[in-house]
Write a protein that binds this ligand. Structure first.
Ligand code: NAD
Length: 297
């Protein structure tokens, strides 16, 4: 194995430490405690785990955590009413609606009802537009975490060829915008891309956000390239039980790449750390305070 492992777990701990320092400063100097409200509709087991973990880490960073658990059959009007209340609540600086929502709820409508300045997931159409036009916005947590790791590893990304595999609104598209903002030459590949291996072989930076276990083998990777694996896939182990793997075949990619993120312990921990960072950023912007450096794009 030749690649350096980009340790997302350790990096996330560092980001959480920076967040906690800023929270302490804001409390001491301004008497304000940043607050994050997380709304969970229904009983999806994975979502419950995520929400629990977000709440725990929010409190550990010294912030207030407000959890709103609603029944799976909650009406759209009731959910919109809760979001309107949270938009108006002065103690709440960040609002996150855990996705996916039950089928009867209109996700776009719900997300776009969040006050853009409190939209710590960065999914509101205003934040998408601001990011796309290179303006100050709330940046989606997963791509923000990937960008932080890339900047930390490379310093400048200027002029590098980046290939993002996946064009989702929550990972692929904002990731491409962020890399463009850092002056990469960006290609977005997706399920209809022709000759994906050749496209990936041209990349200095590969970000895989597909949702297909170990889809990207080492022989697609340019020697020395940096590989960021966003995928989280649970697969069966031959001996029974399951394990988590990414979208990248870690063993073969690590033979060729210059650096690679593992799964678990890569992008995943950075996502929640960036949610906390976004909450502090939102709090500072709402109150006109100096924003922490290095915690946003
Ligand atoms: P998505 O299903 O919304 O999008 C997947 C994208 O992959 C689509 O744009 C599609 O065009 C593309 N795609 C599908 N098959 C392809 C193929 N054969 N070749 C090339 N492209 C193909 O998924 P998403 O929400 O963007 O998530 C992607 C992965 O990242 C999932 O495994 C998800 O669990 C994971 N994820 C991880 C985190 C984290 O914190 N680590 C956060 C969000 C998503």
């Amino acid at each position: 194995m030749s690649a350096q492992i980009i340790d997302g777990k350790a990096f996330a701990a560092k980001v959480r430490g920076q967040v906690a320092e800023h929270v302490t400063r804001i409390k001491e100097e301004n008497g304000i405690t940043p607050g994050l409200a997380v709304v969970l509709v229904g009983e999806d087991p994975a979502s419950q785990v995520y929400v629990r973990s977000k709440g725990k880490q929010t409190v550990e960073a010294g912030m207030n955590s407000y959890e709103h658990k609603l029944d799976a059959d909650t009406s759209q009007d009731d959910l919109l009413k809760l979001i309107a209340d949270l938009n108006a609540d002065k103690d709440v600086h960040g609002i996150l609606v855990q996705l996916p929502l039950p089928k009867h709820l209109n996700e776009d409508l719900v997300i776009n009802s969040i006050a853009p300045e409190k939209d710590v997931d960065g999914f509101h159409i205003s934040n998408v537009g601001l990011l796309g036009t290179g303006q100050k916005s709330m940046v989606p947590c997963t791509p923000l975490g990937c960008l932080m790791m890339l900047r930390d590893y490379h310093g400048s990304l200027s002029g590098m060829n980046a290939v993002v595999i996946g064009r989702s609104n929550i990972v692929g598209k904002p990731m491409a915008q962020l890399l463009l903002g850092d002056s990469c030459t960006v290609t977005i590949a997706h399920s209809r891309t022709k000759d994906l291996p050749a496209v990936v072989r041209g990349a200095d930076i590969v970000v895989a956000a597909v949702g297909r276990p170990e889809m990207v083998p080492g022989d697609w990777i340019k020697p020395g390239a940096t590989v960021i694996d966003v995928g989280i896939n649970r697969i069966d182990k031959p001996e029974g039980g399951t394990r988590l793997v990414g979208d990248v075949d870690y063993a073969s990619c690590a033979e060729v790449a210059g650096a690679v993120t593992p799964v678990p312990g890569g992008v995943g921990p950075m996502t929640i750390a960036c949610l906390l960072a976004n909450t502090v950023t939102a709090c500072c912007r709402i109150h006109g305070l100096v924003e922490p450096e290095g915690l946003t794009a």
